[in-house]
Design a protein around this ligand. Structure first.
Ligand code: AMP
Length: 222
């Protein structure tokens, strides 16, 4: 089963993807995480990608698409994947359809998360991530703080704020790009009949874990 997470930054795509992945046993593939790992290891791909990421811009398709295509050939992806952060443009969505079609597969479900804008910005500013690239746990110092301040509950490594979460200009740019380039994917997948939109917001007391629980139940019930 191939699942795509859609939604602006800070809506909790990573959290929902991680929970579903753990429950149904298909890998969560986050392009942002792959880039951040490469940046921390200062690989050629990481050095190149950082030029775009630090400013809140998209990494060009010449880098991103082959990276995803390769990741989809790994053994753990043979029963499907949860893509988190890809596709982000119509062009990437079309490329993904081609890549999956070559394997006789398709996109089965698109989970589109929406959250009021004020909440999104607040969540990006209060998000903290584990510095251990093998762990990558995500916290929110208001909604889901670690037991010990600044330390990951799961692995004990220090937590930090993502560079692009601490720069208001980069946040603004990412949200603009989302509106302009990524939000048209909602219609794209609606037309394919695979879209499922879920609101995640404190105001209705529905968080990512609630969405993940419902979806896992439905997948298991099929
Ligand atoms: P994320 O962790 O999904 O918020 O991604 C962090 C950053 O990585 C984004 O702001 C982009 O600069 C870059 N990035 C992640 N996924 C993609 C993608 N599919 N296409 C282009 N750039 C991406």
């Amino acid at each position: 089963m191939n699942i795509i997470m859609l939604g602006a930054q800070g809506t909790g795509k990573g959290t929902v993807a991680g929970l579903i992945s753990g429950e149904i046993g298909i890998p969560q593939i986050s392009t942002g995480d792959i880039f951040r790992k490469n940046i921390s290891e200062q690989t050629p791909l990481g050095i190149e990608a950082d030029k775009y990421i630090s400013k809140g811009n998209l990494v060009p398709d010449e880098i991103t698409v082959p990276m995803v295509k390769d990741r989809l050939t790994w053994e753990d992806a043979k029963n499907g994947v949860i893509l988190d952060g890809f596709p982000r443009t119509i062009e990437q969505a079309e490329k993904l359809d081609e890549i999956l079609a070559e394997k006789g597969e398709k996109v089965d479900l698109v989970i589109n998360l929406t959250t009021p804008k004020e909440e999104i910005i607040d969540r990006m500013l209060t998000r903290r991530v584990c510095t251990n690239q093998e762990c990558k746990a995500t916290y929110n110092i208001k909604l889901h703080p670690p037991v010990k301040e600044g330390i990951c509950d799961k692995c004990g490594a220090p937590l930090k704020q993502r560079a692009d979460d601490s720069d208001p200009e980069a946040i603004k740019r990412r949200l603009e790009i989302y509106e302009e380039k990524t939000s048209p994917l909602v219609q794209y997948y609606e037309k394919q009949g695979v879209l499922r939109t879920e609101t995640v917001s404190l105001s209705i007391n529905r968080m990512g874990k609630d969405v993940a629980t419902d979806i896992v139940k439905e997948i298991r019930g099929k």
